[in-house]
Design a protein around this ligand. Sequence first.
Ligand SMILES: Nc1nc2c(c(=O)[nH]1)N[C@H]1C(S)=C(S)[C@@H](COP(=O)(O)O)O[C@H]1N2
Ligand SMILES: [Mo]
Length: 201
Amino acid sequence: MSPITRGFRRRQEEPPEGNRLPPGQYLTRDFPVLSAGPTPDIPLDEWELSVTGAVDAPRRWSWDELQALPKEQPTVDIHCVTSWSKLDTGWEGVSVDTLLDGLDVFGAYVVVRSYGGYTTNLPLEDMTDGKAWIAYGYDGAPLEPEHGGPARLLVPHLYFWKSAKWVTELEIVETDEPGFWETLGYHDYGDPWREQRYWGD
Ligand SMILES: Nc1nc2c(c(=O)[nH]1)N[C@H]1C(S)=C(S)[C@@H](COP(=O)(O)O)O[C@H]1N2
Ligand SMILES: [Mo]
């Protein structure tokens, strides 16, 4: 019998999600709904998504046009500033890279606008290179209206208020402009791993 204790034993006892939970967060299995206003009712034949602002030519998609774009099925962890996190959430949608493909962009920031008036802001580089999607499916079904259906932004590496529900416009801007929660005291960037919840964090 060897007197040597092997180092890997201790590691195996740690919960597998241990290094996936940002500071100050707890895990939840259900899917809370957080909305600042009522859930808008958007008929699919009126729904549209556009990329506007500092671009060479604005683009717009109808619902059917969005469905025709190549889709992806990201599995990601999400982190709400109210402290819940949910691991391995399964989505379906279109990568923002696909929407911007071939477009000349002259601004480094994005103002995201939703049906109902919600806005949020983020650097363009946080929406490119596989970091953000326009999601219309969740857990194998169409995205529920209360969770942002017909379609929402999904930017899982930032706090979930950046993932605007009922998204309709991505406006490229040259100067960062705070959105709804960012104006009311939430952090401008919102990195859960640096616990950037509020102004000054
Ligand atoms: N249009 C819109 N998008 C929104 C919100 C909102 O109030 N309106 N709330 C944000 C916040 S604070 C969070 S935590 C998530 C919640 O998404 P969920 O309701 O699907 O959990 O949506 C974000 N996107
Ligand atoms: Mo939130």
